[in-house]
Design a protein around this ligand. Structure first.
Ligand code: ATP
Ligand code: MG
Length: 246
């Protein structure tokens, strides 16, 4: 895909940049998305560019929460569509969730481009284009969602969600799983399950946990969710960043 050997110490980071750049060229990712990626990279560097133990525990809890859900939805924006399209489709399959395109800077052209991109990567049903419901408390364009998607979902995974929308979704009586590399950002702070990890590592790891837990009974899954402590996970990530071990 890119002309960098896998042994290169910054292979993942270079691959990520290439994917985002390509996303912008393909009309999938917004220019704002490039800036968000830059912010994410800085935090990833401080976290040692690896899944820290507290993030792995959050990813396991997220898998359990998604498996317990009646109506789980994975929200997809321009960054995650560019970075992990195959991995999102695999996670949707593993936990039987719907994929819904949901953009901060919504344009019909970008909605369509992302839906097409997901379908090209194997998604069968992509929601978000109907936009027949609104998240309460958000201005018109930013609150648009599908009734049979995010609006009625009992569990939503929102990777890289902005603070306002994460908060508004959290107030809708849903379990909210947020993936965000910045533990101090509002989005992970309002999540019921904050995952402080790069989406590149987080999404496939949630899938791996979901596959491992596929045959677990609901009591076991509920225990995994209950034992997860959001504040502790945020503190562990912040401590890792402050430790200066990178
Ligand atoms: P707010 O407090 O409103 O959330 P913000 O500064 O966090 O403001 P966002 O638009 O939410 O603004 O910023 C994007 C977020 O996405 C940043 O916190 C960044 O760390 C995170 N991010 C960017 N790329 C990735 C990635 N690949 N994986 C995980 N998180 C990422
Ligand atoms: Mg944020």
């Amino acid at each position: 895909e890119i002309d960098v050997p896998e042994s290169h110490p910054r292979y993942q980071s270079l691959l990520t940049r290439h994917r985002i750049e390509h996303g912008v060229e393909a009309g999938i990712t917004s220019k704002q998305g490039l800036i968000a990626q830059g912010r994410g990279e800085a935090f990833d560097y401080l976290l040692g560019e690896e899944t820290i133990p507290s993030a792995d525990a959050a990813e396991r809890a997220a898998a359990a929460q998604l498996l317990l859900a009646d109506h789980p939805v994975l929200s997809v924006n321009g960054n995650v569509a560019a970075l992990v399209p195959d991995e999102l489709v695999e996670l949707a399959d593993a936990v039987d969730a719907a994929l819904e395109v949901n953009l901060f800077n919504r344009t019909e052209a970008r909605m369509e481009a992302i839906a097409d991109h997901l379908r090209a990567h194997g998604a069968e049903d992509v929601k978000g284009l109907t936009a027949d419901a609104r998240i309460p408390g958000l201005e018109h364009e930013r609150g648009k969602v599908d009734t049979d998607g995010i609006y009625e979902a009992d569990v939503v995974l929102v990777p890289l969600e902005d603070g306002d929308r994460a908060e508004a979704l959290g107030e809708m009586d849903k379990a909210e799983i947020v993936i965000d590399l910045n533990p101090a950002s509002r989005s992970p702070r309002v999540a019921s399950i904050p995952i402080v990890d790069n989406v590149i590592r987080a999404v496939p790891n949630i899938t791996a946990h979901a596959r491992e837990l596929a045959d677990a009974d609901s009591r076991t899954l509920e225990r995994i969710v209950d034992e997860f402590d959001a504040d502790e996970a945020l503190e562990a990530a912040e401590e890792r960043i402050r430790s200066g071990e990178f």
